[in-house]
Design a protein around this ligand. Sequence first.
Ligand code: HEC
Length: 119
Amino acid sequence: MFARPTALVLLALLPVACGSPKIDVPVAEQTGAQLFISQGCVQCHAKDGSGSFLGLGPDLRDKGAFWDAGSLAEYLLDPAAFAAKTERLGAKEMPAYDMLDLAARTRIGEHVLTIMNGN
Ligand code: HEC
């Protein structure tokens, strides 16, 4: 059997291995909060934006000063291109969400802002 810490790490990786949780609403009709879950943001940033204890994604809660819904929608389209324009980003890899249209990315951006602003 696995030693206890190993089993815990495997349990923590399970949602990542199994892909995004299912939400029974088409992407076009999902709210920003639903998209944040269905698109897997939660796997690296956690539902409350506090980040992953495995270090997959940073804490988002203290980043509100840098963003608005429009810049977040642009960032999600091509994080590497966006990061190239700033010193602050680019240390790690954030996946691109170019499969989502502007409306969906903007809804996610609005939801991320509520997390960043502590709502
Ligand atoms: C595979 C893990 C992973 C997933 C999935 C992921 N992110 Fe990230 N995210 C990262 C990493 C790593 C960074 C740091 C990127 C950098 O430093 O350039 C990041 C950075 C960010 C930032 C910038 C934080 C700052 O410093 O201002 C935002 C905003 C963000 N992610 C939102 C999202 C949203 C919204 C989703 C879902 C649509 C998402 N992320 C999905 C890993 C992930």
